[in-house]
Design a protein around this ligand. Structure first.
Ligand code: KG4
Ligand code: ZN
Length: 338
């Protein structure tokens, strides 16, 4: 007998992007994201405004997602949502919506760990990594290297002890006067600059952990001092500053990833999270793969930054394991223990 198709609606609302996606088994039927431009004028995400914008977006976005997927809500088998980590007000909007919809339809609820979902985005397209694999997850809130032994069995080998890699990009952007989120703009300017123009310190801490706060401070002091002698310094050197800071960030990330791959002897190596959209980082991982004989997995752009397709694929695998979430479940600002 043919196996029944499983349809899942997934909601992502951990930070400032509202996402809604529908999957049929492992196939993503649609993946919609409503961004929030309101934060740009404040130079960073304002939690109160983010949760309010999620409230405005979520109903029309879910309607549009079901329409685009060509299905009716009565066909859904489960509702998935990001349970954490993230901004609590933002998470509450997605979780309350998902719980209400699951309750009204009488179908299971599936809570997903946002960080695991970034990694599991690699199971949307082919080729897929084989377990065990290593994943460097670099986002606005987190930076970590994990060893994945199964879909939901992971070991954190190292993580940032202060800022995340995405924050290093965004804070640098702010220092040089670029709007939030600055990561994609630094990527663009860096393409026209010289990565060796200025010497920013590559953090040097033991093990597989990361640290970006010292780099951020050195960029701040460097720019402040340079502006004292030349008020147009940043304007004249923007591309070189961006390329040089980006060089230090990527060098730090790659050193740790290569160390982890060498010491664990794992040859399937993946990149995930918003910063995995960075063109130079993607290239660096490809090159390291060629040099070290890794099979490299880099997400399509659509699945790098926050999206609900990654929540859907993670939920599909949980559905197959009958791992459902209680309707009383609460969201977590930190990583939930799911
Ligand atoms: O995964 P994500 O969408 O949200 C979090 O879970 O944090 O990551 C957002 C981060 C931001 O810091 C943003 O500046 C960064 O990803 N980012 C980039 C690029 N695209 C997004 N950083 C560097 N280069 C990019 N092209
Ligand atoms: Zn994320």
């Amino acid at each position: 007998m043919a196996q029944q198709d499983i349809y899942i609606l997934a909601i992502e609302s951990s930070c400032d992007d509202t996402g809604a996606a529908v999957c049929r088994n492992e196939e993503i039927l649609c993946n919609l994201v409503a961004g929030q431009l309101i934060h740009e004028q404040y130079g960073g995400v304002v939690p109160e405004l983010a949760s309010r914008a999620h409230q405005q977006h979520i109903v029309p976005l879910v309607d549009a997602a079901l329409k685009k997927a060509g299905i009716n809500k009565s066909q859904l088998h489960a509702i998935a949502f990001t349970q954490g980590p993230g901004l609590i007000g933002s998470l509450l909007v997605g979780s309350s919506f998902a719980k209400s919809m699951a309750h009204a339809l009488g179908i299971p609820l599936i809570g997903i760990d946002h960080m695991q979902a970034h990694v599991l985005a690699h199971f949307i397209s082919s080729p897929k990594p084989e377990f065990p694999f290593l994943c460097l997850t670099v986002s606005g809130g987190h930076t970590q290297i994990t060893r994945m032994d199964d879909y939901f069995t992971e070991t954190t080998l190292g993580k940032t002890i202060d800022d995340a890699a995405g924050e290093a990009f965004d804070k640098t952007a702010k220092i040089v006067g670029l709007p939030y989120p600055g990561g994609p703009l630094i990527d663009q300017y860096a393409k026209k600059g010289n990565p060796r123009a200025f010497n920013f310190p590559v953090p040097n801490i033991p093990g597989y952990d990361f640290s970006f706060s010292g780099l951020k401070t050195s960029v701040l002091y460097f720019v402040r001092d340079a502006l004292k002698t030349d008020p147009d310094f940043v304007e004249k050197n923007l591309a070189d500053i961006c390329a040089s800071v980006q060089y230090a960030i990527i060098k730090h990330l790659m050193k740790k990833l290569e160390k982890a791959a060498m010491e664990t002897r794992i040859k399937h190596v993946a990149l995930a999270g918003g910063v995995s959209a960075n063109s130079t980082l993607r290239h660096a991982v490809e090159e390291a793969g060629k040099k070290n004989g890794w099979q490299v997995f880099i997400p399509d752009f659509e699945y790098c930054t926050d999206n609900a397709a990654m929540i859907a694929i993670a939920a599909y695998h949980k559905y197959n394991m009958n791992r459902f979430t209680d309707l009383q479940a609460t969201p977590y600002a930190g990583r939930p223990n799911l």
